[in-house]
Structure formats: structure tokens, C-alpha cells
Design a protein around this ligand. Structure first.
Ligand SMILES: Nc1ncnc2c1ncn2[C@@H]1O[C@H](COP(=O)(O)OP(=O)(O)O)[C@@H](O)[C@H]1O
Ligand code: SF4
Ligand SMILES: [Mg+2]
Length: 342
């Protein structure tokens, strides 16, 4: 974990039930006369006090998964076609739009990959942050303004008192992202979904924002974070467990320690090999050959078979199962059955 004070509350996988349970979730998008699946039957749990990383290259289905949890999939063309998303046992896919609006913000807040998803262009940034505070807490306008300035300052917006009066379009991309992060954090959510929260920011600000997220999580009893990122170094620093996604499917689930010490899925091995090493000088960084296939052109069999360096014949025709290999670790690869891996 990043700092000493952020490592006090740890998840208890044995005695506490998960806060969030995602089961067999399928999200499809209408493309001409087809309904390809951007997320294809994913399941995972999020425990109280946990920081769960979701990693995978661009196009793996990470953002679609988080938008589905928030019930914000654009419909049409998108649709949650199958599955279940339970928050402390309550099925989120069955509740009304109004009830879901209460869940959003009160219980689950999201830092979007695209800041304008959360910011309204016709209101000042200050008004939006203050409104968010006042929706959740019974405080005066002056108190809300004070808190808004405080939070905007903490996410690194200089001269926050003045910038409060500006509109989102007067903010740069990085500043907009910070404002959106502030809005998500002032809600004190039980679950914070952070979708690539720091990509538009410089390294120092990235570290500050991650620390701030962890610090606020610690203050909220039982709160957890889903951190979506393609940066495995950030995962190593901040997360307890990791879900590796590719082609809209979960490919591997493991604790951070186990994943980094001994990745089992060839895709995870590829992602780790692409990481710059701190102790070993590499002339050129490894990159996984090829690209993530489009949802319209997913290969038969294993989704990763077009790029896998360990591919065997059956990978091209047979979809591998997600094998549970004990202690919460899961791997979707035929090599486990072949006795070559595992
Ligand atoms: N509105 C949409 N219409 C059609 N396809 C979409 C839409 N949104 C996402 N997708 C597709 O779903 C797949 C997963 O996307 P996404 O979840 O954004 O990936 P990630 O966040 O892992 O980069 C991609 O192939 C993307 O093109
Ligand atoms: S099932 Fe086959 S193609 Fe897929 S990851 Fe395993 S070895 Fe590679
Ligand atoms: Mg994304």
C-alpha cells in the first residue's frame, strides 16, 4: 500500500461478505444488425476495505463493466443483456431509475475516463461541486463552498476560490479531470469506481490523487475502490487483488502478490513483461504482438489465441473455462488442463 496510514483497514475475504457481486454480466451493443458483446459473462466480487484493480489493454471491456455497475450504459445502442449486479445483496439491475440515482453518489461514485461524462457544461464547476456536497449532506451554502474550495485545492486546482466561478470549458483537460475527481470524492462513497483516473495528469499529481483516494477510503468504514488502469506499476502500489480482462472476459484473478510473483495466464505474462523493470535494464520493452480484436471480430475459441505465444491447437476452436485453482485465484487458459502451466 502507498502510505503507512492507508494500510490499517484491510479486506477480510473469509468473514465479510462482498459489498458488490457481479455475476455473468453480459453487455452488448447494437452494431448494424448484430449485437456483439463488449462484456461477455464476467463475474467478480469486491470486498469491504478492498482496492480491486481491473487491468487490460484498451478495448478489453473495463469501462463498459464500470458503466454497467452504475447503470449508465448508453441504451441504445448498448444493453445489459444478462447477469446480476448486487450491492450488499440488493439486485441493482431490478431497482427503479430513481432508486439507482440514489445509489449513484450515495453508495457508488465513479471517476469517469472522460470528465465531461460527469460535468455539466452549463453550470459552473463550483456550483456542481457544491450541489454534490449539498445533496449528500445537510450543510449551508457557505459551508458547501468552503468544502468545495478545500477539495478542489486537494486535487491540485490552484486558486480554487476563483476557479469555482468558471465553467467546465474554461478548464483544461487535466483540470477538468481533477474537478471530476473532487466531485466523486466529496460524496464519501462506499464504493469508488475510478476508471483510468490519472491518465491525463502528470506523475506527481497522479501519485497525490491516488494517495488522496486511499486516504478518503480509510476514513469511510468498509469503503472500497475499483481501480481501472492499464498501469501495472500503480496496481502493484495500491491494489489488494487484480482482475485481468481481455476480450470482454475475465482472464485471471489473483492477489497482487501472487499475480506479480507468478502470473499464470499468457496474457498476464505479456502485460507484466511489458512493464519497465526497476532492477533489470532492458534495451527495448516487450510489447504483446498484434492488437485487441474489435468486438465484431472476436476470434473463435480463446479470445487471446490470435496473439498468444503459447497457443495450442484447441485454443482456436474451444473456449477455455475460468479455472478456480484455489485461494481465490482463477485462470482462463487451456494450458492448466494440459498440465503445462499452473
Ligand atoms: N457505445 C458503443 N458502441 C459500440 N461499441 C462500444 C461502445 N462502447 C464501447 N464499445 C466497445 O466495447 C469494447 C470495450 O470497450 P471499453 O469497455 O471502453 O474498453 P476499455 O475500457 O477496456 O478500454 C470495445 O471494443 C469498444 O469498441
Ligand atoms: S487458452 Fe490457449 S490461446 Fe488462450 S491463453 Fe491459454 S494458451 Fe493462449
Ligand atoms: Mg476504458
Amino acid at each position: 500500500m502507498a502510505t503507512a496510514e492507508t494500510s490499517i483497514q484491510e479486506p477480510d475475504y473469509v468473514n465479510s461478505p462482498p459489498t458488490l457481486q457481479v455475476r455473468d454480466l453480459v453487455v452488448s451493443f447494437k452494431v448494424e444488425n448484430d449485437f456483439p458483446r463488449a462484456v461477455d459473462g464476467i463475474s467478480f466480487d469486491l470486498y469491504p476495505n478492498e482496492v480491486l484493480g481491473i487491468v487490460g489493454e484498451s478495448g478489453s471491456g473495463k469501462s463498459v463493466t464500470s458503466l454497467a455497475i452504475m447503470r449508465l450504459i448508453p441504451d441504445p445502442p448498448g444493453k445489459i443483456a444478462e447477469g446480476s449486479i448486487k450491492l450488499r445483496g440488493q439486485e441493482l439491475l431490478d431497482i427503479s431509475y430513481e432508486e439507482m440515482r440514489d445509489v449513484r453518489g450515495n453508495e457508488i461514485a465513479m471517476i469517469f475516463q472522460e470528465p465531461m461524462t460527469a460535468l455539466n457544461p452549463v453550470f459552473t464547476v463550483g456550483m456542481q461541486v457544491m450541489e454534490t456536497i449539498r445533496t449528500h449532506e445537510n450543510v449551508s451554502k457557505d459551508e458547501a463552498r468552503k468544502r468545495a474550495i478545500e477539495m478542489l485545492t486537494r486535487v491540485g486546482i490552484p486558486d480554487a476560490a476563483k476557479r469555482l466561478k468558471e465553467y467546465p470549458h474554461q478548464f483544461s483537460g487535466g483540470m477538468r479531470q481533477r474537478a471530476m475527481i473532487a466531485m466523486a470524492l466529496v460524496c464519501h462513497p462506499k464504493i469508488l469506481i475510478a476508471d483510468e483516473p490519472t491518465t491525463a495528469l502528470d506523475v506527481t499529481t497522479q501519485a497525490q490523487i491516488l494517495d488522496l483516494m486511499l486516504e478518503l477510503k480509510q476514513k469511510e468504514e468498509g469503503a472500497s475502490i475499483i481501480l481501472i488502469t492499464h498501469d501495472l506499476a500503480v496496481v502493484a502500489e495500491t491494489c489488494h487483488r487484480v482482475v485481468v480482462m481481455y476480450g470482454g472476459k475475465v482472464q485471471e484473478v489473483a492477489t497482487v502478490e501472487k499475480l506479480f510473483a507468478r502470473p499464470l495466464h499468457p496474457y498476464t505474462k505479456g502485460l507484466l513483461a511489458s512493464l519497465p523493470s526497476t532492477h533489470e535494464k532492458k534495451d527495448r520493452l516487450y510489447t504483446i504482438p498484434g492488437n485487441v480484436p474489435s468486438i465484431l471480430q472476436m476470434p473463435e475459441g480463446c479470445r487471446f489465441c490470435t496473439r498468444c505465444s503459447e497457443v495450442i491447437d484447441r485454443c482456436h476452436t474451444e473456449e477455455p473455462k475460468l479455472h478456480d485453482i484455489g485461494n481465490g485465484r482463477k485462470v482462463r487458459c487451456h494450458l492448466l488442463e494440459e498440465g503445462i502451466n499452473g
